[in-house]
Design a protein around this ligand. Structure first.
Ligand code: AMP
Length: 196
C-alpha cells in the first residue's frame, strides 16, 4: 500500500494535481472537499450543515470529516493506496488518520506540500471562481478567511509530518505539467524505497 497526502493552501493546485496523480499511480482519491460538495448536491442533512460552514470559509467539525474518511477507507478495502487531498486539515484529523491507517497495518508514506506564494494563490482563486461554481470561491472575504484558517489550523499538520520525516516541499509555481513532473519524481523515488 502507498498512501500519499497532498498538502498546501487553498489554490495551491492540490485538486488539479490529484486528478493527474491518481490516473498515473492508480491510487484512490479521497478529497474531503469533494465528498462534502457531493453531500451538498444530494441535499443531505450533513450537506445542509456543511454548506453554511464552508460558505463562511470555516472548517467542518473534525468528527464529520474523520467519519467520512473512515467510511471511505472501509469502502475501498482492496485499494493499492490512497491520495488524501484537503485532509487532514487539523492536528486532530492527522492523529485520527495515523490511527485509522495503523488499524490497516499501513501508514502515511509521504506528505507533499505544494509551495505557492500568496499573490499567486489569490490570482488562481480569483480565476477559479469564474468557472468552479463554488460559492466559497466567489467572495474575496471568504477566500481570505480560508487562507487564515490554513495558516492557523492547518499548517501545524505540516510540522506534525515533518517531525515524522515524511514531509517534502515541492515548488508549486509554474506550468501544471512541470509541477506534475516534480511531484512524480519525488513519488517515484519514495515508492522505490517503500515495500509495496
Ligand atoms: P476544499 O475543496 O478542500 O478546498 O474544501 C472546501 C471546504 O470544505 C473547506 O474550506 C472546508 O470548509 C471544508 N473542508 C474540506 N475538507 C475539510 C477538512 N479536512 N476538515 C474540515 N473542513 C474541510
Amino acid at each position: 500500500m502507498f498512501n500519499l497526502i497532498l498538502f498546501g493552501p487553498p489554490g495551491s493546485g492540490k485538486g488539479t494535481q490529484s486528478e493527474k496523480l491518481i490516473e498515473k499511480y492508480g491510487l484512490v482519491h479521497l478529497s474531503t472537499g469533494n465528498l462534502l460538495r457531493e453531500e451538498i448536491a444530494n441535499n443531505t442533512p450533513l450537506g445542509l450543515e456543511a454548506r453554511n460552514i464552508m460558505d463562511k470559509g470555516h472548517l467542518v467539525p473534525d468528527e464529520v470529516v474523520i467519519g467520512m474518511i473512515d467510511n471511505s477507507l472501509e469502502h475501498h478495502k482492496e485499494a493499492p493506496g490512497f491520495l488524501f487531498d484537503g485532509f487532514p486539515r487539523t492536528l486532530a484529523q492527522a492523529e485520527a488518520l495515523d490511527k485509522l491507517l495503523l488499524l490497516k497495518n499501513a501508514e502515511t508514506d509521504l506528505v507533499i506540500i505544494l509551495d505557492v506564494n500568496e499573490e499567486e494563490l489569490i490570482k488562481r482563486l480569483v480565476n477559479r471562481a469564474k468557472t468552479s461554481g463554488r460559492s466559497d470561491d466567489a467572495d474575496e472575504n471568504v477566500q481570505r478567511k480560508r487562507q487564515e484558517v490554513y495558516k492557523r489550523d492547518t499548517f501545524p499538520v505540516a510540522t506534525h509530518y515533518q517531525k515524522m520525516k515524511k514531509l517534502v516541499h515541492v515548488d508549486g509555481m509554474g506550468e501544471i505539467d512541470q509541477i506534475f513532473q516534480r511531484l512524480c519524481s519525488i513519488i517515484d523515488k519514495k515508492r522505490k524505497s517503500t515495500p509495496q
